[in-house]
Design a protein around this ligand. Structure first.
Ligand SMILES: [Zn+2]
Length: 679
């Protein structure tokens, strides 16, 4: 037989058997048989080195020659992801993303493997280079070492050039053994995986049982608009796809397609996404490899293009991290704060410590039950964590104070007014409405940025004015003569003028801000907005309705319910509250929100039309705005192009929908034309 032919035959066969053995775990031939073929190929390659394949299966054993790792440029963006630490934040992100996209979406949930990132580049079906992440633009080519990873396809049946993002890792159970062969120089499995990839002798790397999962593919010739179908294609080409993956979609068809193509992964309705995330969270410790979270990605590639990137992250993917950043420090003291509604909150005063880039000196301790659960006292060494932007929390006690072990107990009385604290549910309350601290807090809340936004009156100034007896309540902010402060240190004419100006400006705040600024329990921004939307657009309407003491008037508002209904009635029938409201009315605050007359209905010029939107737009950002315009005029907007589509609205960098529209000969409308159609 022709030598070249035989080498080709052996190489192809052996690569196939390597894949069967190492990826599918379904060997077709015995080890003996395999070794016989392998040895034959080694012999032939030795005799005819010019005929050996660069990606020969014999490369799996590596070489004793010293490797170099030349720097090469990535041809695809290797970005890091935005992070969140709670399922609530994750859910918010999902609905925000759907909103911004202006269409139903599917999401893919993957494990975030704690390994070494690698991008595999294939040319004419053959592995051409394997670049480390590097700085995201330039990485090191470690192809000789990557070839030794048996799960990496060296030659594939794909003719279009493509690249595959993957993570290389070592199993937890293999870490101990193999770390020994490196004289235990690696701190954890990830370091060992990353270190192995940069070992200068590939023959050494070949002995380390490295694993790989591939999770993102970029094909020069696009064939689908679905990320999940790219994964399915990668699997067909021999790549190892993590089976611990979920696909969630509003489209039953799409779910069925995925169940057919990738039966090993979880596929379900979009509403099941959070449950799946919780389930994976629970499974984490049972895995034989380390993960530090999950990655949630938009499936539709044209939507990804449309959503684009911030300066640092793609807007279409999010890392859900299991562990919030933590730090160790000492609890110096516990201070008791009393809020405007009387709730007592213990705050931990910490020895300042750096965490996730910022210095932290205080932490929330929630309530007495939380402190008891932690068995926490002053002087203890504690671990604190920071999730999202919330103030850090004390997670646990690392070591009790050896000199003065104690557990913090709430005082029996309010430290500010000395009235007895009352326990209600999990929290303690100061029920004294004359409590100076409560009044100061409610004035400060009234003036805060999110409410009346009197920015010259911060907490310190308000506390000073109150303690000195200049102001006694909210209305005094408007009636007090600030010129009296000229004698006080730190108050010059300029400062006083500024205070007067910002107090005066606050009178122009709309009714909804006034209502929120009262600080009534339960009446935050969104509840107030619901009230106004449901016909309670003036103070008088609310007071009048509350005076009827019919809970249903308010509880029927969507999102309110019985308890909120009762709260609203209680707030707006309370004599002290009503007196405050009257004083504010005299001052001239806005007590009514003019509800605009509903817009004249647009003529239904788009009636019976079915639109698909792709790409991004100058005037319609997010592009849901374009969808609104279409729907206002009686048209329908759908996610994908079909024979039923009547128009395709195309913006900058459109996705594959444009190609499909062209194929189906559907009218293509650009932004300029669309604006004309809207009139
Ligand atoms: Zn008090």
């Amino acid at each position: 037989m022709d030598i070249k032919k035989r080498i080709e035959q052996l190489s192809t066969e052996l690569l196939r058997h390597q894949h069967l053995y190492y990826v599918k775990a379904e060997p077709e031939i015995s080890d003996l048989e395999y070794d016989r073929l392998f040895d034959e190929l080694v012999e032939l390659e030795k005799k005819y080195p010019q005929l050996a394949w660069p990606n020969s299966p014999t490369k799996r054993v590596g070489s004793d020659l010293d490797n170099t790792f030349p720097e090469k440029e990535h041809t695809l963006p290797v970005l890091s992801l935005d992070k969140q630490y709670t399922i609530e934040e994750l859910e918010k992100w999902v609905s925000k993303t759907i909103n911004n996209a202006g269409q139903a979406l599917s999401f893919v949930v993957e494990e975030k493997i704690d390994g070494a990132s690698i991008v595999l580049y294939y040319k004419n079906g053959s592995l051409e280079s394997a670049l480390t992440r590097g700085n995201g633009v330039v990485g090191n080519d470690v192809i000789e070492n990557v070839r030794t990873i048996k799960q990496v396809p060296l030659v594939t049946g794909e003719t279009s050039n493509f690249a595959v993002r993957s993570e290389i890792f070592i199993k937890k159970s293999d870490f101990g053994t193999y770390n020994q062969t490196f004289e235990n120089k690696y701190a954890n499995p990830r370091n060992l995986a990353a270190g192995s990839l940069r070992n200068i002798k590939s023959s050494v790397v070949a002995k380390v049982p490295l694993n790989i999962f591939s999770y993102e593919g970029f094909f020069e010739t696009a064939f689908t608009n679905d990320h999940i179908l790219i994964l399915s294609r990668l699997k067909e080409l021999g790549f190892r796809i993590n089976r611990n993956m979920g696909f969630f979609s509003a489209s039953k068809n799409m779910v069925a397609t995925v169940q057919g193509k990738l039966p090993e992964i979880a596929a379900g309705h979009i509403g099941d996404l959070s449950d799946y995330v919780r389930e994976r969270l629970g499974e984490r410790n049972r895995l034989d490899y380390e993960i530090d979270g999950l990655v949630i990605k938009v499936n539709e590639l044209d939507v990804r293009d449309g959503l684009g990137y911030t300066a640092h992250h793609p807007r279409w993917a999010l890392a859900f991290k299991f562990d919030a950043p933590t730090a160790q420090t000492r609890l110096l003291d516990v201070q008791v704060q009393v809020g405007r509604n009387g709730r007592v909150t213990p705050v931990g005063i910490l020895e300042p410590v750096k965490i996730a880039g910022s210095t932290v000196a205080r932490a929330t301790l929630h309530n007495q039950e939380y402190i008891d659960m932690l068995e926490l006292g002053s002087g203890d060494t504690v671990s604190i964590s920071k999730r999202g932007d919330i103030i850090p929390a004390v997670e646990k006690v690392i070591e009790k104070d050896p000199d003065h072990p104690s557990i913090f107990k709430f005082p029996e009385t309010c430290p500010f007014c000395l009235s007895s604290l009352v326990k209600d549910g999990a929290h303690h309350f100061c029920k004294n409405r004359e409590c100076p601290e409560r009044i100061k807090r409610s004035i400060s809340y009234f003036a805060a940025k999110d409410q009346m936004d009197i920015d010259t009156l911060g907490w310190k100034t308000i506390a000073f004015l109150f303690d000195k007896g200049y102001i006694k309540g909210i209305p005094d902010l408007y009636t007090f003569d600030y010129n009296e402060l000229l004698n006080e240190e730190g108050f010059k004419e300029k400062k006083i003028a500024n205070i007067k100006k910002s107090v005066e400006n606050s009178k122009k705040k709309p009714f909804r801000k006034v209502l929120t600024s009262l600080g009534f329990d339960g009446l935050g921004t969104s509840a107030v907005s619901d009230l106004i939307k449901n016909g309670f657009y003036s103070m008088d309407r609310i007071i009048e309705a509350a005076s009827r003491r019919d809970v249903e008037i308010f509880s029927n508002i969507e999102g309110f319910g019985e308890i909120m209904g009762q709260l609203v009635i209680r707030h707006f029938t309370d004599p002290e509250n009503l007196a405050l409201i009257e004083e504010l009315r005299k001052i001239g605050l806005s007590f009514e929100e003019r509800v605009e007359k509903p817009q004249e209905a647009e003529a239904l010029t788009f009636k019976d039309q079915v639109w698909v939107i792709t790409g991004s737009f100058e005037h319609f950002n997010p592009r849901s705005k374009a969808a609104e315009e279409i729907e206002k005029r009686g048209g329908k907007v759908v996610g994908s192009v079909s024979t039923r589509t009547t128009h395709v609205l195309v913006g900058a960098s459109p996705g594959s929908k444009l190609d499909k529209a062209k194929k189906l000969d559907i009218p293509i409308i650009d932004e300029t034309e669309f604006l004309k159609m809207l009139g």
